[in-house]
Design a binder for this molecule. Sequence first.
Ligand code: BDP
Length: 333
Amino acid sequence: MTPTPRRPRRALFAAVAAAALGVLGLGATPAAAQEWRGWNIHAADYPNGIGMDAFTRLVAERTNNRIRMRTFHSAQLGQQDEAIQQMRLGTIDFANFNLSPFNNLAPSTNVVTLPFLFRNVAHMQAAIDGPAGEAIARDLEGIGIIALSWYDAGARSIYTTRPVRTPADLRGMKIRVQTSDLWIDLMRALGANPTPLPFGEVFTSLQSGVIDGAENNWPSYESTRHFEVARFYSTTEHSNVPEVLAVSRQRWQRLNEADRAILRDAARESAAIQRRSWAERETVSRQRVVAAGVTVIEIADRTPWSALMEPVYAKYAADARLAALVRQIRAMP
Ligand code: BDP
């Protein structure tokens, strides 16, 4: 049967209009037409991409494809700060973010960014799966972002173009940080010259000498190839800030309770997958950079570093609510 020419055109117009309204967050897109756009800063084969792909697969299976999600890996939808704005506006539907870029927007994220707060990964996980996660989820909801689960991001350490063994070696060096006041103050307290830059600009900035170093975990140091230009990795392990898998509140508000439960479960399962993959990738990444000739400077005693962090705690954990959260985290077994 040949359709009349009018019908498809009208259907096409309706679909385009529905999509446009959906993008603008103005109208309810029919459930059958849901196609969610996801943001990921990392490549698809990074543990976070593996976690996100598990999330979207589980949601598609459990909703019989009513909710189809597509993750745009490798920052195809923009850099981190733009992506956060787009999530808040509802033009990006879901994403995985490190919690540091929320420091200036959601106060409790400062707590889990604080230097030398967590004793180890298990301590960090207990905090983020417990009281810290609850506080952060509330703050994020207030800015239009619904936290569903928490991903690991290991310990962050400083890497540079010249060897750094003590805070004195860092003096005056330009070190890239994420866009966050806490990070700027933290680097300043260590004696460095903090330089906020988007993640995607770090490689060329190291190459051209705009910065002398940056700080990150093993997998990011390796996957971005920063190790090719910053050849010294000092294991300062100064922060264990975790990550969130989140959905835009605009989308969330249009879901019924049953679908919300499906998303929450899928997100939790994806976090378990991400965390397993993370633990493996940390080892592999370290081995890869060492094989590529990077000098690893083991910081055996971190006291000279943590001793300088007093002003950061005084400023970012001073507020009664946040100070109580810090105490609660420290008291965790
Ligand atoms: C990585 C995080 C990523 C951040 C990046 C950074 O996974 O979300 O954007 O660090 O330093 O470890 O910007």
